[in-house]
Write a protein that binds this ligand. Structure first.
Ligand code: C2E
Ligand code: MG
Ligand code: MG
Length: 689
């Protein structure tokens, strides 16, 4: 591509700057390489002399050598394979005043090309995923199995699963590994018995195929009629090997810290839970907080700070050995879980050893860094059988250690818990439901594509008579511990449903939905389902306008009461959201089993989106997977325009956060809806708290 501009060719700095600024704007908006070429071409025409010869090209791997009489301007971009290149004639290249503008233009063009390539890649990833899903659906294997589990019919596609087409009269369970056989048999019997009605039964099985492969299949069993007298069952097998592997990999990376490679806080909590459920010996939790770490970042910079953290992670992991669990539980905080911890003296010795190790100087690329060491808190199962309390106790001990100065170790004692117990707070909270000091604020949830407000989340506040306004972080845990969460939760539901019933429909659509946080204690309490039914009937709020949120970490796999309640509520048209997803430890595959409609990604996701490309790819994969399960995704904690844009790019449907609005009093909702309804695309921006 070349051009000979006949008109003015600015050389004064201010004009050059204007040309570059225009080019930057055009390149930032370019959605294809054609647009990049055009923008670069236009800028070159304005920068160079009328008789200058130049070319703008996108360099690709197999690109031809540039014409001999043109000089390539190197492009200072991170990925040399895919960047653009400007070619100009010798005279122009020799003009020193053009050298810097040309370099800048090259860099801008390269950045634009890189961004466009990334977007294409993501698009390809998405279509590939959809194509794979389609192929998998088409390739489902269908079997008809008799009362003795013998295969009476196998569709041609069954060959791809079983590695053979000789399936007639074979025992289906002989293809299932011995340890899965009892469960597989009971699924077939359950469906055959008619106990499931015509509802299909689902499970994941491994198939030991004739050609040695072991694909994972999602099995669906149905009968034509309940309790079919012939005992015939139709079994559909859907190969989900790749999907389960991807789910596993994503889950793994979601629960590891990218800097140190250690498990993160959520996984550490899960490992603690598991250890307590399975071990009868003494288990210890040790939490370590590096002293004065902030000053290392300030003095040596973040790169050296990161090296110090990596080294601390390695030291903790090596000191406790591979049989125990080391984790990075926060910025400069590490944790260790010691199985079969021996005696309290043994724990004290381990803590002392860790303390010595973490005080040793660290060799980094910026030189040897002298560190202050760490404060350490330890607790054991001698004081509690609950994982939650074990970690709380270790944290209390850490708090005491920190307040005693640097490099202190403390072991948990009951007196530490007594010091923070809040008897006055408890009695004031008990009175709060009746004395009118509880109130609700509402925060909009917006569609990221259109900016339209689709719902509001009700957030509880307590106007404490002495301490002023308190937020849920300061009293919900207390309410849960002492059972007050049930009456308080009922007050929240009653108040919010009555208020939401009065919200107007927006100009362009339906009235917004109401999202209410519900604690697992409430789901477990007797009469909760009746309460919800009664409140909906009383306020005449349609069930489809109510969403109940349950926090991921409160949703335990074997809590039948909660699961039953969720299924029942969904059956009546209420939607269920899993809240703060990513802070508990749920494998992604687990989402498939929960009666669920919406996943709210914890705000650490929005933050993670802007940290690194790898993190963004991970989130893209996670969101794609959630959406293939037919669930809506809300990104929480969106604070910046950049986070909003990236959340939409990775496929989140909805967003919530200070960028759109901080939680507002009920009296503000109608005004907000009127304003948001009038806005054409972007939502109005609220103030920050
Ligand atoms: P949540 O359900 O995840 O609610 C979102 C929290 O994030 C709210 O804090 C909200 O003010 C805050 N937030 C919203 N946008 C942003 C943002 O852009 N950046 C940041 N940093 N934060 C943002 P809040 O109101 O303090 O509530 C905290 C938690 O308390 C809630 O988390 C929820 O789990 C719980 N909670 C609130 N109301 C109730 C309730 O009525 N019942 C129960 N059981 N729990 C409640
Ligand atoms: Mg919530
Ligand atoms: Mg949340």
């Amino acid at each position: 591509m070349s051009a000979n501009p006949a008109d003015a060719h600015p050389h004064r700095p201010v004009e050059v700057e204007l040309v570059l600024r225009d080019a930057a704007a055009a390149l930032a908006g370019a959605t294809g390489t054609e647009a990049v070429l055009e923008a670069a071409d236009r800028a070159l025409a304005a920068l160079t002399l009328p008789d200058c010869r130049y070319k703008v090209r996108i360099r690709v791997a197999e690109d031809k050598a540039p014409p001999a009489d043109l000089v390539p301007i190197d492009v200072p971009a991170p990925d040399a394979e895919s960047v653009g290149v400007l070619l100009v004639d010798q005279d122009t290249a020799a003009r020193s005043e053009l050298s810097l503008p040309l370099q800048i233009l090259s860099a801008l063009a390269a950045q634009a090309v890189e961004r466009i390539c990334l977007a294409d890649e993501l698009q390809r990833y998405r279509s590939l995923h959809e194509m794979e899903a389609l192929m998998e659906r088409i390739c489902d294997a269908v079997l008809i199995v008799d009362a003795g589990h013998r295969i009476r019919y196998a569709s041609p596609s069954a060959r791809t699963v079983f590695g053979t087409s000789a399936l007639q009269d074979r025992d289906l369970l002989a293809f299932v590994p011995a340890e899965q056989r009892p469960a597989a048999g009971s699924l077939l019997r359950h469906v055959r018995s008619g106990a499931a009605g015509t509802e299909p039964g689902h499970a994941d099985w491994t198939i030991e195929a004739a050609d040695g492969r072991t694909p994972t299949v999602e099995v669906t069993c149905t009968t034509q009629q309940p309790a079919d007298p012939t005992g015939t069952v139709t079994v559909t097998l859907h190969d989900v090997t790749a999907q389960r592997r991807l789910e596993h990999e994503l889950t793994e990376s979601m629960f590891h810290d990218t800097l140190t490679g250690l498990p993160n806080r959520a996984l550490f909590a899960e490992r603690t839970e598991h250890a307590l459920a399975t071990s009868s010996g003494l288990t210890a939790a040790i939490i370590l907080d590096l002293d004065d770490f902030g000053s290392i970042n300030d003095t040596f910079g973040h790169a050296v700070g990161d090296e110090v953290l990596r080294s601390a992670g390695r030291r903790v992991a090596e000191a406790i050995g591979p049989d125990n669990v080391a984790a990075r539980s926060g910025g400069d905080e590490f944790a260790a879980l010691i199985h079969d911890a021996g005696t309290p003296e043994d724990i004290a010795a381990i803590a002392e050893h860790l303390s010595r190790l973490l005080a040793e100087p660290v060799r980094t690329s910026g030189g040897t860094v002298v560190v202050s060491g760490a404060s350490i808190g330890a607790a054991t199962t001698a004081d509690t059988g609950s994982a939650h309390e074990l970690l709380r106790n270790a944290n209390l001990a850490l708090r005491e250690a920190k307040s005693a100065g640097v490099r202190q170790c403390r072991h948990y004692e009951q007196s530490m818990a007594d010091r923070i117990a809040q008897p006055q707070l408890h009695s004031a909270l008990a009175a709060a439901v009746d004395d009118g000091s509880l109130l609700l604020e509402y925060q909009p949830i917006v569609a990221l594509g259109t900016g339209r407000t689709v719902g509001f989340e009700a957030l509880l506040r307590w106007q404490h008579p002495v301490r002023g306004r308190l937020y849920p972080g300061e009293f919900i845990a207390l309410a849960e511990d002492c059972g007050l969460i049930v009456p308080i939760g009922e007050w929240v539901l009653a108040t919010a449903t009555a208020q939401a019933q009065r919200w107007p429909a927006s100009v362009r659509g339906n009235a917004p939905y109401l999202s209410v946080n519900v604690s697992a204690h409430q789901f477990r309490s007797d009469g909760f389902l009746d309460t919800v039914g009664r409140l909906l009937a009383g306020t005449e709020l349609p069930a489809h306008r109510l969403v109940l949120e349950i926090t991921e970490s409160q949703l335990l796999p074997d809590d039948d009461k909660v699961w039953g309640a969720l299924a029942h509520l969904r059956g009546s048209g209420i939607r269920i959201a899993i809240d703060d997803f990513g802070t508990g430890y749920s494998a992604l595959g687990y989402l498939r089993q929960i009666p669920l409609d919406i996943v709210k990604l914890d705000r650490s996701f929005a933050r993670g989106l802007t940290t690194s490309r790898r993190q963004r790819d991970l989130m893209q994969g996670t969101v794609t997977l959630i959406r293939t399960l037919g669930l809506d995704v809300v990104a929480e904690g969106i604070e910046t325009e950049h986070q909003r844009e990236l959340s939409a790019t990775v496929g989140c449907t909805y967003g919530q956060g200070y960028l759109f609005a901080t939680p507002m009093p009920e009296s503000g909702v109608a005004d907000w809806l009127a304003q948001a309804g009038a806005a054409s695309s972007a939502p109005p921006v609220g103030g920050r708290r």
